[in-house]
Write a protein that binds this ligand. Structure first.
Ligand code: BEZ
Ligand code: FE
Length: 288
């Protein structure tokens, strides 16, 4: 086609595919081009604005490496990651939520009743619950990959002062499908703002904060893996999570209990001498 114009360019694009192209790739590329073209038409995109967008993407690539994923962050703060997540979440189970960029493989085993708080300052949180199927039947041997920030709001991969696996643990549910561990109360924290995404926040008057949360990946044989997070109901950022990760069924309550009620048999049972927080949260998996 040589007579390309602003009205037919989208249709012309549609015809530019080789015969052996994967049909799903054609579907995705055609829809993407169609939305991009209509976006440019809708806002009457200027050359200068187009260039600014290209420079933004280039800068996002330049700041990215194995541990810094600016494009994922961009997708997160645009709501795209959460939308994709919700499109494939199964409402029969616990809602899924964003993975985020701070999960690391190879977390050390965290036995039932084990502790992630160690020497860190802050109130003890006892996090526990059951992993069940959608009928509420406990799942024994489910694997929980757990991670959170330290009290300074940083994940271990962001903070040279922490060990690689600080505030990361891998627990297997017991015979009753239960998990339990102690940690420190998670804090709200801002996503990284020292790159192009930070500039976008500034330009659009947005804050970078996420409500405090615990991340879980839950896996059990015969069930869909669940990537999720749980949030306390008193967090000030609950209704304005900058990456849109909060779902109402992921919101839980901390209840404060006197030290005397701390259960026996936990790694830190003998050391708890101040009121602690309890978060009892069940995680429901959907069968494959
Ligand atoms: C997180 O919760 O770790 C996270 C999620 C999305 C972007 C940045 C951080
Ligand atoms: Fe997080």
């Amino acid at each position: 086609m040589r007579d390309v114009n602003k009205d037919n360019i989208t249709d012309v694009f549609m015809s530019y595919f080789g015969d052996d192209t994967d049909p799903r790739l054609i579907e995705i590329m055609q829809s993407l081009a169609s939305h991009l073209h209509n976006f440019a038409r809708d806002v009457n995109l200027t050359h200068a604005e187009w260039l600014k967008g290209i420079q933004f993407l280039e800068a996002s690539g330049q700041i990215s490496d194995e541990t810094r994923h600016e494009f994922v962050l961009l997708s997160d703060i645009l709501g795209l990651s959460s939308l994709v997540d919700m499109l494939h979440s199964d409402s029969r189970g616990t809602s899924s939520s964003v993975l985020g960029p701070f999960h690391i493989a190879g977390s050390p085993p965290l036995p039932f009743g084990g502790d992630m708080k160690r020497e860190f300052e802050g109130q003890v949180l006892l996090a526990c619950g059951r992993v069940t199927d959608t009928d509420g039947k406990p799942i024994t041997g489910a694997e929980l990959d757990i991670w959170q920030t330290a009290p300074n709001g940083l994940y271990s991969s962001q903070d040279p002062a922490q060990d690689t696996y600080s505030f990361h643990g891998l627990q297997t549910t017991n015979a009753d499908g239960r998990y339990a561990f102690t940690t420190v109360r998670p804090v709200s924290y801002p996503v990284p703002t020292d790159g192009p995404v930070g500039e976008l926040f500034n330009a659009t008057g947005r804050h970078a904060w996420r409500p405090s949360h615990l991340h879980y990946i839950v896996k059990a044989a015969g069930f869909r893996p669940l990537v999720t997070e749980i949030f306390p109901d008193d967090d000030p950022y609950l209704d304005e999570d900058t990456v849109f990760g909060v779902r109402s069924d992921l919101v839980m309550k901390y209840t404060e209990r006197p030290a005397a009620e701390f259960p026996a048999g936990y790694a830190i049972s003998a050391d708890v001498d101040e009121p602690f927080l309890l978060a009892d949260f069940d995680l429901k998996l959907v069968r494959l």
